[in-house]
Design a protein around this ligand. Structure first.
Ligand code: 5GP
Length: 175
């Protein structure tokens, strides 16, 4: 359809949608009465962010952070550059960072430092995927969609050399 049959399915479209709905319900419960701002980390979280926010039944605001890594890598270096910053201050707000995947944790460690100086009331993390076997920096993850093995995954926002973000499922290339 919109992709390539080289990928094996790791998480189906139905399983993603069901889990995203559950996360939205949890976030709604936890953030009721607070000043929630969802911060999507581009580009990988774009699909997750779009689906998740529709299951959070709160008057939230949305911001996006553009990050770029150097080159089309398949391994995390933790060396990231902010290509698009927030457009509104988050001081005294409850920030929830929405990530596609946490691998080494280096990107989130960098982002947490980036946020502290903006004096939000709180900073939480919601990631669709977590690969715990590669952890270098142990960052506290408040919401995790799926914990997965150490595979390079694509689809549902995640790219392979910038392509295949539009796959509705999470796939991987078989060794
Ligand atoms: P970390 O800094 O936690 O090692 O890596 C986080 C970033 O690395 C993610 O936001 C994502 O851009 C990229 N990344 C890590 N693992 C994968 C993967 O399996 N597939 C894809 N497409 N990107 C990944």
């Amino acid at each position: 359809m919109n992709g390539d049959d080289r990928f094996k399915i790791l998480v189906t479209e139905d399983a993603i949608q069901e889990r995203v709905r559950e996360l939205g319900v949890e976030i709604t419960r936890d953030y009721r009465g607070r000043d929630l701002v969802l911060v999507g980390v581009l580009k990988g979280s774009c699909l997750f962010m779009a689906d998740l926010c529709r299951h959070v039944d709160l008057p939230l605001t949305m911001e996006f952070l553009g990050l770029s890594s150097y080159g089309d890598r398949t391994e995390s270096s933790g060396v990231v550059q902010i290509t698009q910053d927030l457009t509104h201050p988050v001081e005294d707000m409850d920030v929830l960072l929405v990530e596609d995947i946490v691998d080494t944790g280096l990107t989130l460690d960098f982002l947490m430092d980036h946020f502290r100086v903006r004096k939000p009331r709180s900073v939480g993390i919601c990631t669709l995927l977590h690969k715990p076997s590669n952890t270098v920096k142990d960052v506290q993850l408040d919401y995790v969609g799926f914990t997965i093995e150490n595979r390079f995954v694509v689809g549902y926002g995640l790219d392979y050399e910038q392509r295949f973000r539009n796959l509705p499922y999470i796939g991987y290339v078989e060794d």
